[in-house]
Write a protein that binds this ligand. Structure first.
Ligand SMILES: [Zn+2]
Length: 333
């Protein structure tokens, strides 16, 4: 029978950037949550007394968020303590075991049901930020980028793959792309914190997912966030993520990390018309071959494209990567 885990052994490490005091006239609305591994954890909402009537519906939404995050990232990281949120004047923050909640019960619909995107995002940091923690502010995209990718996974889970693809297509036009996401080492918070660590960082995971395929990528992502080597007091760097995904995919991912994280360049895909309805498609700035969806008059096929190029027959100008799995620049001639 499932029961709450006894608190034995060493206490959890605490991520010290997220400790905060809050004082208010709260009611504490509690439940017991059963984790994906069957352990019982106290689930608490410190809600301002005037909002107490909204707490049960809010906890229903929260439970759905917790289940979904556990599906992709494994059991809630602090199962021996508690899962909690506390109403605050600020919008939200990932305080370990007690997230700040300030979204004022504003919900959107995902899959026809109420969803709190801000709460989902902050809660995702229990894995990406608090359990997996960057060693250097320079690698801060690991917190925000992968956590934001988790927000897209909620959409994918409850609205399907087309909605997930749309999520990234829409986000791609919002990137500033003025400075790289990873700018070296020993960067302070001020310098590291730019908007692209969220959206562009998440988009990069979307790219890696497409390249590896769902059946390899999702187990790999879960393996990373549940591996002792990369969690709790073992801090991580971008190189750790790069080496891990290289190992899991069986391909050297450094050129991809260099292009999309360490530079502001896009993948350059060159399409050249040739005689007799043929087209040469090649990558101009990538040393490794990559899978790309190529759409011709005969339909869409996933093809391996490299710097030498591949030839395709088509009665129309081919379209590459129609679903936008890559941040790209297409050159046609
Ligand atoms: Zn965040």
């Amino acid at each position: 029978m499932a029961k709450q885990l006894p608190f034995t052994g060493k206490p959890y490490t605490i991520n010290n950037y997220s400790i905060l005091f809050n004082v208010g006239d709260f009611a504490v609305v509690s439940r017991t949550y059963t984790t994906i591994d069957g352990n019982k954890v106290p689930l608490q909402f410190y809600v301002l007394k005037e909002h107490e009537a909204k707490a049960q519906h809010h906890l229903d939404i929260f439970e759905k968020t917790i289940h979904e995050q556990e599906k992709y990232f494994g059991e809630y990281p602090w199962a021996k303590e508690k899962i909690a949120i506390c109403e605050t004047p600020h919008l939200g923050m990932e305080h370990q075991t007690m997230n700040a909640y300030g979204n004022k019960f504003h919900y959107t619909k995902v899959g026809g049901e109420d969803y709190d995107g801000l709460m989902h995002h902050e809660f995702g940091h229990e894995w990406w930020g608090n359990k997996v923690t960057a060693k250097d502010w320079a690698d801060y995209w690991i917190h925000e980028g992968i956590c934001t990718y988790g927000d897209a996974l909620y959409v994918r889970e409850f609205e399907g793959k087309e909605a997930y693809i749309k999520f990234f297509k829409q986000s791609a036009v919002t990137f500033g792309n003025k400075i790289p996401i990873v700018m070296g080492k020993d960067i302070d918070e001020e310098a590291a914190y730019n908007g692209d660590i969220y959206g562009k960082g998440a988009f990069f995971m979307h790219t890696i997912c497409y390249i590896m395929g769902d059946s390899l990528f999702f187990p790999a992502l879960k393996k990373f966030v549940t591996s002792p080597k990369y969690t709790y007091s073992n801090l991580v760097t971008t190189d750790d993520v790069q080496n891990f995904f290289s190992q899991e995919s069986g391909m050297d991912m450094k050129p991809l990390f260099d292009l999309f994280l360490r530079s502001i360049n896009k993948l350059e895909i060159h399409i050249k018309a040739q005689p007799r309805g043929k087209y040469l498609i090649q990558l101009d700035n990538m040393s490794i071959p990559l899978p790309i969806d190529v759409t011709t008059d005969a339909g869409t096929k996933r093809m391996m494209v490299d710097s030498k190029g591949i030839k395709v027959d088509s009665k129309i100008m081919p379209v590459v990567d129609a679903d936008s799995y890559y941040l790209k620049k297409v050159i046609m001639e």
